[in-house]
Design a protein around this ligand. Structure first.
Ligand SMILES: Nc1ncnc2c1ncn2[C@@H]1O[C@H](COP(=O)(O)OP(=O)(O)OP(=O)(O)O)[C@@H](O)[C@H]1O
Ligand SMILES: [Mg+2]
Length: 263
């Protein structure tokens, strides 16, 4: 073999080797890319599955509440109304003042219970949830707390953004759990809730002036905080809970426009 032929041979071998190595690299690259896409699809399916599950739970919870509400209204309150009528009749007919006084007390207790049950039944069968926007629901929730005298509520809810029932109910449940925690654990005297629109999405800020806690070190058997975070992550939102002993607790949530209508 002459020198030229050897050179051509080496060149050909090098080209083949180069082609082989490039092909191998491309193959590995494509394989990895496909694996990443596959993993991403798997995660998306899992996420959608969890969201569907929560959606079903929410719907069945709503149905159960409606059922209990209707039962209270149609059965228990009817019977208590009868009991109230009987006791009032006896109170009216009885001539012994000592017994009349006690019957009056029984009547008053029955009537109080009736009023409370009617309220409960109305709350449980409430269908306004579907029709009201988040701002109105949050304002109603805060008014209830303020009226109970448990805590002073400062509310600013100007957002009238369109959003899916899932997003609306998840954000409301998170706000409700935060309020419950502030009342149960923080001994807070004031709670601030604000809902606002930005060009990019919906932002929610809620804070209490209570005793605070160490978020990292807190050991609890409760599931409230976990649920709050899970719900917001499931609808693709950002969740930031801040607290430290002596500084109160605050939570910021942000849900981008692209996630607001997701079911
Ligand atoms: N706003 C707050 N102020 C002070 N401590 C808080 C506050 N929120 C939560 N914590 C602390 O974090 C712990 C965990 O709260 P989480 O809501 O998960 O559980 P829980 O309220 O105890 O029970 P659950 O919500 O399941 O009924 C609480 O037990 C409490 O110690
Ligand atoms: Mg809780």
């Amino acid at each position: 073999m002459g020198k030229t032929e050897i050179s051509i041979f080496i060149l050909l071998v090098s080209i083949i080797l180069l082609l082989f190595i490039s092909g191998f690299i491309i193959f590995i690259f494509q394989y990895r890319k496909r694996k990443i896409i596959h993993e991403k699809e798997k995660q998306d399916i899992e996420k959608q599955h969890k969201l569907d599950l929560l959606h079903t739970q929410l719907a069945s919870q709503q149905q159960t509440m409606q059922f209990i509400g209707s039962e209270i209204h149609d059965s228990v309150t009817q019977k208590l109304t009868l009991a109230s009528i009987y006791s009032q009749k006896m109170e009216f007919e009885n001539i012994d003042p000592a017994i009349t006084g006690r019957l009056g007390k029984i009547s008053a207790i029955i009537n109080d219970s009736l009023a409370e049950l009617r309220d409960l039944s109305r709350t449980l069968t409430d269908t306004r949830f579907q029709d009201m926007d988040l701002a109105a629901l949050v304002k109603a929730e805060c008014s209830r707390v303020q009226e109970s005298g448990a805590c002073r509520m400062v509310v600013q809810a100007d957002s009238h953004r369109e959003m899916s029932v899932t997003v609306k109910s998840f954000v409301l449940r998170v706000i409700q759990e935060f309020i419950q925690n502030s009342l149960k654990h923080a001994a807070a005297s004031q709670l601030s809730v604000s809902l606002g629109d930005t060009d990019e999405g919906l932002s929610v800020a809620i804070s209490d002036n209570g005793k605070g806690f160490s978020v990292q070190e807190s050991v609890s058997t409760g599931i409230g905080l976990q649920n709050m975070k899970r719900r917001i992550q499931l609808i693709g939102g950002a969740y930031d809970l801040q607290s430290a002993p002596g500084t109160g607790t605050s939570l910021r949530i942000f849900i981008g426009n692209q996630h607001l209508l997701s079911e």
